[in-house]
Design a protein around this ligand. Structure first.
Ligand code: UD1
Length: 345
């Protein structure tokens, strides 16, 4: 059984990925300082899988603490690195916070990987690296344009750091570029738990429907798209999670041709904000209160994935539709309201 360290394992995508890894026979340990996540996520993982996960509540920006985890587990064979700040708006207001946290933690982790001879590294990147693309759908070969936010810059720079490191490292690496992760685990025991007012569309929709938010604000309907609102590629978090297991397996089976390879993880279909609202209304059977507001600074007009590479090379397939995303997210929101989760709120 391979032992994998997952950083940011208490976060939204990290915790769903731990479930998928466990279900596929991996042993997992988690590093997460819980500055923006809930340790209870691992309780939900245990409820779902029946397995407990050892958790180190440490900050990856502290090299000595990070080193100590690897020292205790010299048999770690792979690392999946999720831990990072991810709020686009906050990164615009405080870029140094983002560079400091997201880059320092990555470099410390890579130093440990190097020191302890960890064989495989999977990095949580984002379609944000493409900036405002000239052509959609984007493939992995689509030129990288200027990032629209410091958050996006940290993902571009992180990719560069890993590419440069990979050239002279014994380990093999994969960069996974996520589109818009959404939805919840079908058990409804785990899902997205935004801190404060949600910035992302799907939790903003479900919180509006449950009454935590008065009205959803649609950020602009004057874009050059079919209904004027922005286009995104919403991918179910469990589909995304499974891609990490496939990526690790691909590296373990030495199928990679390069020391660092890149994969887009999206469904291949773009939906507008208004289409997403209508998918929610259909899935929940409820009308959603929303109003049209101005554009949100930093928003990309339209982006969705060409996912041919992940499908043909990793054998990845998506199982969930936009309707599933909305129905699982809605069930999760109701369970949270009814305090029927380990999160209690
Ligand atoms: C962005 C990044 C993504 C990153 C994510 C983290 C890009 C292209 N994507 O996603 O890489 O992981 O942030 O947070 O940079 N919307 C509304 N009303 C709302 C909320 C959102 O209309 O209350 C709209 C947005 O304007 C956008 C769409 O919904 O058009 C999706 O927004 P969001 O969920 O925030 O994700 P991105 O901005 O695409």
């Amino acid at each position: 059984m391979s032992k994998i360290v997952v950083t940011g394992g208490c976060g939204y995508i990290g915790s769903h990925t731990i479930i998928d890894l466990i279900e596929n026979g991996y042993e997992v340990i988690c590093i997460d300082n819980n500055s923006r996540s809930h340790a209870a996520a691992l309780q939900a993982v245990t409820e779902i899988t029946g397995k407990s996960v050892k958790h180190y509540k440490i900050d990856l920006c502290n090299y000595d603490d990070t080193y100590a985890v690897f020292e205790e587990h010299p048999d770690i064979s792979g690392a999946i690195h999720f831990a990072a700040y991810k709020a686009v708006g906050e990164s615009v207001e405080n870029p140094l916070l983002y560079f400091d946290n997201n880059l320092q933690s990555l470099v410390n982790l890579l130093k440990c990987i190097d020191e302890f001879g960890v064989s495989h590294f999977v990095f949580s990147s984002s379609c944000t690296v493409y900036g405002n693309p000239d052509q959609i759908p984007v493939t992995e070969a689509t030129p990288i344009k200027r990032a629209e936010s410091p958050y996006g810059s940290t993902k571009q720079i992180s990719e560069q750091i890993i590419q440069d490191y990979a050239r002279n490292s014994a380990a093999t690496h994969i960069l996974l570029r996520y589109f818009n992760p959404a939805g919840a685990h079908p058990s409804a025991l785990l899902g997205e738990l935004p801190l404060g007012k949600p910035q992302n569309l799907v939790p903003a929709i479900t919180q509006t429907a449950i009454g935590k938010i008065d009205k959803l604000l649609v950020h602009g309907t004057d874009y050059p798209t079919r209904d004027g609102s922005c286009i995104r590629d919403y991918i179910h978090v469990c589909d995304l999670a499974h891609a990490h297991t496939l990526a690790l397996r691909y590296l373990e089976e030495e199928k990679n041709k390069e020391a660092c390879e890149v994969f887009n993880l999206g469904t291949g279909t773009g939906n507008t904000v208004l289409e997403a609202i209508s998918a929610f209304e259909q899935a929940s059977g409820l009308p959603l209160r929303y109003e049209i507001g101005p554009r949100r600074p930093g928003d990309v007009i339209a982006i969705y994935a060409n996912n041919d590479r992940a499908r043909s090379v990793l054998g990845w397939q998506t199982r969930y539709t936009l309707n599933d995303i909305m129905s699982t997210a809605w069930t999760w929101e109701q369970k949270l309201r009814d305090k029927k989760t380990v999160f209690g709120a």
